[in-house]
Design a protein around this ligand. Structure first.
Ligand SMILES: *Cc1c(COP(=O)(O)O)cnc(C)c1O
Length: 345
């Protein structure tokens, strides 16, 4: 039976080549700084982003939480986009771990330097919480994988710098952003103090994320990683998957983007479906259902019956994500199945 899993780019299975690389990895105790594979991955990632240092952590959530912890103090205000992962998908960790509060700005995952400046709260006020950090998610998951415009990023981060506040990029899908924009990772990362990256999304690794930035910040991040229980030992087994993915999976991300466009194209014209094709710039397709349509739960259940797995992303919102383990042929098949279901009503 058909089973095309478009729930997330996290469902990928490590490939044979990746498993082999993991099995053969040189390892050591990373707490002593002696894991050669971890060290190599950290160095390669830091170099790719043109930053001083990187540290390897188990998950993207831990990467973001570590970054928040080193960049803020309890009671601080953090400016963030609508429906950001750091705001909505980390189980309340930002409040629990760092004691910060958020000011949400902009729309659909994007915002401007003006939005930032309007929300910015200077230190020293007796009533207002001081803004000490601005975070940008690129690509933006709940914004349908949309690219955050780089010129706006540059304006926001320089406005932040002018106010003496720090900037963080949640770049869980920065590899997708680089592929979609044609810009180098280092260009995308340049305006930010700290960038987080995930290996377990489009790159298809089983585990792994990184926090990247200045050496001093990463030294503090290393301690926080320990505090959060994320310090590992012979984690070179995991880092080897990341090294393999950089060599073998990075260059194929454009296929995922083409496949996402293919699905979006097929369903965007259907009546009852609200989908802005312009926003489909990477590997995520989100669409809304008009009032006369069955709700997201119904559509997702019907698709599942026909072997296409999707995610409910709101009462009337559905998400499909393309990745390493779905071929173009399967995406065409999934798009056909979906359009049939959506036309059925
Ligand atoms: C997936 C994701 C993360 C991290 O998620 P983990 O499941 O903790 O690895 C962070 N930010 C964004 C935008 C994501 O999509």
């Amino acid at each position: 039976m058909t089973r095309i899993d478009l729930r997330s780019d996290t469902v990928t299975q490590p490939t044979e080549g990746m498993r082999l690389a993991m099995a053969k990895a040189d390892v050591g105790d990373d707490q002593y700084g002696e894991d050669p594979s971890v060290n190599l991955l950290q160095e390669r990632i830091a170099k790719l982003l043109d930053k001083e240092a990187a540290i390897f952590v188990p998950s993207g959530t831990m990467a973001n939480q570590t970054a928040l912890k080193i960049l803020t103090c309890p009671g601080d205000d953090v400016i963030v986009s609508e429906e950001a992962h750091i705001l909505l998908h980390e189980s309340g960790a930002s409040g629990a771990n760092s004691g910060i509060q958020f000011t949400v700005v902009g729309a659909d995952g994007l915002f401007t330097a003006d939005d930032f400046l309007e929300a910015y709260k200077a230190p020293g006020h007796v009533v207002l919480p001081p803004t000490t950090l601005v975070t940008i998610e690129n690509t933006h998951n709940r914004g349908s994988g949309v690219l955050f415009p780089q010129d706006e990023i540059v304006s926001i981060c320089s406005a932040a710098k002018a106010q003496g506040i720090r900037s963080l990029c949640d770049g869980a899908r920065l590899f997708n952003a680089a592929t979609a924009s044609g810009q180098r990772l280092s260009e995308l990362a340049a305006p930010f103090d700290v960038v987080t990256l995930a290996l377990s999304k489009g790159l298809g690794c089983p585990v792994g994320s990184l926090v990247v930035g200045r050496a001093g910040d990463m030294k503090r991040a290393k301690r926080v990683r320990r505090m959060f229980g994320g310090a590992m030992r012979q984690s070179g087994i995991l880092a080897a998957a990341g090294l393999y993915a950089l060599d073998n999976h990075l260059s194929r991300l454009s296929e995922d983007h083409e496949n996402a466009k293919l699905i979006a194209e097929k369903i965007s014209g259907l009546s009852g479906v609200i989908l802005d094709f312009k926003k489909i710039q990477s590997n995520i397709v989100i669409w809304s259902l008009e009032e006369n349509m069955p709700d997201a739960k119904r559509i997702v259940a019907q698709a599942k019956e026909e072997g296409v797995l999707l995610n409910v992303f709101g009462t009337r919102r559905v998400r499909a994500v393309t990745h390493l383990n779905v071929s173009r042929k399967e995406c065409i098949q999934a798009a056909d199945i979906l359009s049939r279901i959506l036309e059925r009503k």
